[in-house]
Design a protein around this ligand. Structure first.
Ligand SMILES: C[S@@+](CC[C@H](N)C(=O)[O-])C[C@H]1O[C@@H](n2cnc3c(N)ncnc32)[C@H](O)[C@@H]1O
Length: 350
């Protein structure tokens, strides 16, 4: 890195601290001290016309290949994704996700963006959580009305004005932007954004079966370039999605951008088990059992081999917390689940 580039990176850091601004490309330059060496070799690569490499599980591939390969994995597993989750974790992923929602503890009126939302586990929990809260609030003060979906009100005459928006309405309507942050908006919203249409299709089917199809807006999009305006959601969640992306820093910057000031970033992801004994058992289980289950249940050894390898390539709890801080978030903290098999990371845009 040249002297000039270093200065620019430092200046950028200061502007982020002062203005709470996050710009992905500069952030990558200024962040992650341990990437600085790679950076110079990357620059050399660029000059030589070669491409940066990244990991796909334990395999090293060109960066431009990763999204496609990850896409293929989730297209292959989509129809068996939910049953495999239960089989691999013996149902424990449900407890982690319940805990995740407990930590988020959303209030009626929250606009949630669930990125890499796949088949809807987090969004459905959010909807049920809000409905439960609404019931409690109704009981506490019968006059007050909070709704996840205004179409569900008894007063059908008011429905046309309050129609739950389509993704386009939600994202681009002037009216929505005008009302953002005002006190009279009481309707919660949840958008699931995922890069893989097959996962979303499975999610939509599930939503229908659960009677929740009108409560969710489904958007196909890349976490690294979210198709949402700045400051447009109160909470951003990503569960078991971020380790699959090509540039974690870009995803964090995008999360920061779309969140309103005061908004919360919450991530559930596999992490590092610190207890050596437990770690060996976990490794044994991961590498010896999970691909076999993948083959037996989903006829897909390779995708589940990727799953366990990708977990090992993901930064540990502290490293990831630091990346979240570097994206501009404050009050960053994490909580280990099942001795660190998974962890919930939290940060606020303040
Ligand atoms: C392991 S699944 C998690 C699904 C869901 N959040 C859950 O907890 O069950 C990972 C999801 O990340 C999505 N994904 C991977 N890369 C993505 C990207 N760059 N942008 C958006 N979604 C992505 C995949 O399509 C897949 O649906």
């Amino acid at each position: 890195m040249t002297y000039k580039t270093r200065n620019m990176a430092a200046l950028w850091c200061v502007s982020v601290r002062l203005g709470r601004v996050c710009r992905c490309s500069n952030r990558i330059i200024a962040s992650r001290r341990n990437l600085s060496e790679h950076k110079s070799s990357d620059e050399t690569d660029k000059e030589e016309g070669t491409e940066k490499s990244t990991h796909f599980g334990f395999e090293s591939i060109n960066e431009s290949e990763k999204t496609g390969k990850v896409h293929e994995v989730f297209s292959n597993v989509a129809s068996k994704y939910d049953v495999m989750n239960d089989a691999m974790s013996l149902g424990v992923h449900r407890l982690w996700k319940d805990r995740f929602m407990q930590v988020l503890d959303p209030l009626p009126g929250t606009r949630l963006l669930d990125v890499a939302g796949g088949t809807g586990d987090i969004a459905f929990r959010f909807i049920n959580w809000i409905k439960e809260k609404e019931l409690q609030q109704k009981k506490a003060s019968p006059g007050a009305e909070f709704r996840l979906n205004p179409l569900e009100t008894d007063d059908s005459e008011s429905a046309p004005d309050l129609e739950f928006p389509s993704a386009e309405d939600y994202l681009y309507s002037e009216q929505r932007e005008d009302t953002t942050g005002t006190d009279d908006r009481k309707d919660s919203k949840v958008i699931i954004c995922d890069i893989n249409q097959s996962m979303l299709e499975v999610g939509k089917e599930r939503a229908k079966k659960l009677g929740l199809e009108d409560d969710v807006v489904w958007v196909t999009g890349n976490a690294e370039e979210l198709p949402f305006p700045d400051n447009s959601v109160d909470a951003y969640t990503i569960a078991f999605g971020i380790r699959n992306v090509t540039h974690i820093e870009k995803v964090l910057c995008e999360a920061y951008r779309v969140l309103t000031p005061g908004g919360r970033f919450l991530c559930l992801e596999f992490s590092q088990v610190s207890n050596p004994l437990l770690s060996s058992v976990y490794d044994l289980y991961s590498f010896q059992v999970i691909p076999v289950l993948g083959e037996l249940i989903a006829s897909d050894w390779k995708s589940y081999q990727y799953l366990v390898e990708s977990i090992r390539k993901f930064p540990n709890q502290e490293e990831f917390a630091e990346m979240i801080r570097e994206a501009g978030f404050r009050m960053v903290s994490y909580e280990n689940l099942t001795s660190g098999v998974a962890a919930i990371h939290s940060g606020f845009k303040i």
